[in-house]
Design a protein around this ligand. Structure first.
Ligand code: TXE
Length: 453
């Protein structure tokens, strides 16, 4: 089997070689998953629930190891990486209730009894990007397994290490061999095979909108359902009646967390014109105080970008930008990029396209209607925030902005117990929340005649 080298983005140094699977090896993984799924779905519901809880405990016990691996492979600050590793255990725990709770319905009909069943699809193909390797993987894996499926998972080439370790932990915890297959290598080979292979019955894709459209087109040809979590250009709307100190203090985290490599990044800051100068005045020290450095250091707010190529892409957005001020970043071999605040017009490239880096575009607005219009003036519709002390306005604006996930006087986007996903070019379908396991099932309706013949 050929291999590829995984790089530490903080230093540019090689970490280790990882196998590059070809189509034959991908097919073999799918075949193992098909076999494991039959056994898994036949287990008693409580046995599947217990196995998922054991998997959650194994991840919880290895949380520090997984966090350190993510610092090394993805450059996530250690505090964030620890949160991500324990989030994996929590998501598994949350969905471990579903094997015993995924009940169908009994529907009143004439002449008999009618019952619906939630049947698993069989094997689910999960394609994961590099920005949040652990959370994005488990958002699909946990509910898919809970619903009685097997999973074949392809991590991003840049960040496969935590997924490989989670796959080992599943087996160490007693999950059946083959039930969670981690297949490493290229998207156009393995991801494409998941789309085409007849035994993969549903695909979950997170990544760029361009590749997501191709994945959806391939799934359409195979008549296969697909969930898409794609890009974002989310707005953080600050009204003049907001608690400005609180709102501005939260801005750096809303866009610079994970070095801006976050589909929910509030990369547009819409500010009511009457407080525009005041907000910029408060924002500058908050941005220059954002600590960029060694992600292993607990005092770092932000690590490097994921790769040299991605740093070039992010930097290209500043070529024609009107930079207001920047923070600082280390020199050296890592893929460092200083947090940057740009003054923008709504139609500017930087206000329309996903930068996926620590760059904030600030845009003034006049009134409530103008704020909603600007927030919706994008092809995307994933997340967003609004800051106001006026309850009626909060309700009106939250209802008016076309995004799948919004927060008022907060930037929270992801909780495993609430639905997550995008409108418009940000995606199709929803992950997480109470209904996620059901999304990995097909409804079967069975009628039992009871009339005597
Ligand atoms: O994504 P890709 P990349 C955006 C972000 C970023 C850009 C490129 O702007 O800069 O996309 O990132 C697999 N069939 N987002 O190149 O290529 C691939 O191997 C099936 C936003 O990493 O979409 C990887 O596992 N699969 C987004 C996954 O798809 C294929 C998160 C994503 O890769 C494939 C990530 C194919 N033909 C990137 N080609 C967000 N907003 O969260 C590639 N893949």
């Amino acid at each position: 089997m050929s291999a590829f080298t995984v790089i530490n983005p903080s230093t540019g140094a090689a970490i280790r070689e990882v196998p590059r699977a070809d189509v034959g090896q991908t097919d073999a993984a799918i075949a193992r998953a098909v076999k494991a799924q039959r056994h898994w779905a036949a287990l008693a519901p409580v046995a599947r629930a217990d196995a998922l809880r054991a998997f959650a405990r194994a991840v919880g016990g290895a949380a520090e190891e997984l966090a350190q691996l993510e610092v090394l492979n993805s450059g996530h600050p250690i505090g964030a990486a620890r949160w991500e590793a324990s989030h994996v255990a929590q998501v598994l725990n949350y969905y471990s209730a579903d094997p015993e709770r995924l009940s169908g319905r009994q529907i009143p009909v004439a002449g008999g009894i009618d019952i619906t069943f939630h049947d698993p699809y069989g094997v689910i193909g999960v394609i994961v990007p590099w920005n949040f390797p652990m959370p994005i993987a488990i958002w699909a894996v946990a509910p898919a397994l809970a619903a009685g499926n097997a999973v074949v998972l392809k991590p991003a080439e840049l960040t496969p290490l935590t997924a490989l370790r989670i796959g080992e932990l599943a087996v160490e915890a007693g999950m059946p061999e083959g039930l969670l297959e981690i297949v490493t290598g290229s998207g156009s080979v393995i991801g494409q095979r998941f789309v085409e292979h007849p035994d993969v019955r549903k695909v979950v894709f997170t990544g760029s909108t361009a590749v997501g459209i191709e994945v959806a087109a391939g799934c359409a040809r195979a008549l296969k359902p697909v969930t898409l979590e794609l890009g974002g250009k989310s707005s953080n709307i600050v009204f003049a009646d907001a608690d400005l100190e609180r709102a501005v203090a939260a801005v750096p985290g809303s866009v610079f967390d994970n070095a801006g490599q976050d589909c929910c990044a509030r990369s547009r800051l819409l500010v009511q014109r009457s407080v525009y100068d005041r907000v910029l005045e408060l924002l500058e020290p908050a941005v220059t105080g954002w600590r960029v450095g060694d992600p292993a250091d607990a005092d770092s707010d932000m690590g490097p970008l994921i790769s040299a190529g991605h740093r070039d892409t992010v930097a290209s957005f500043l070529d024609d930008a009107n930079i207001a001020f920047r923070g600082s970043a280390p020199e050296g071999d890592g893929f460092w990029f200083a947090p940057t605040v740009v003054l923008a017009e709504p139609s500017d490239r930087i206000a329309q396209q996903e930068v996926f880096g620590p760059v904030l575009a600030v845009i003034p607005f006049e009134d409530e209607a103008d704020a909603i219009r600007l927030a919706n003036d994008t092809v995307y519709g994933l997340a967003g925030s609004l800051w106001t002390e006026n309850l009626g306005r909060a309700v009106r604006v939250a209802r008016g902005v076309q995004s799948g996930v919004l927060s008022v006087n907060s930037h929270a986007s992801v909780r495993y117990s609430t639905p997550f996903g995008g409108m418009k070019a940000s995606g199709l379908g929803r992950e997480l929340g109470p209904d996620a396991a059901e999304h990995f099932t097909e409804t079967k309706n069975v009628f039992f005649a009871t009339d005597e013949h």
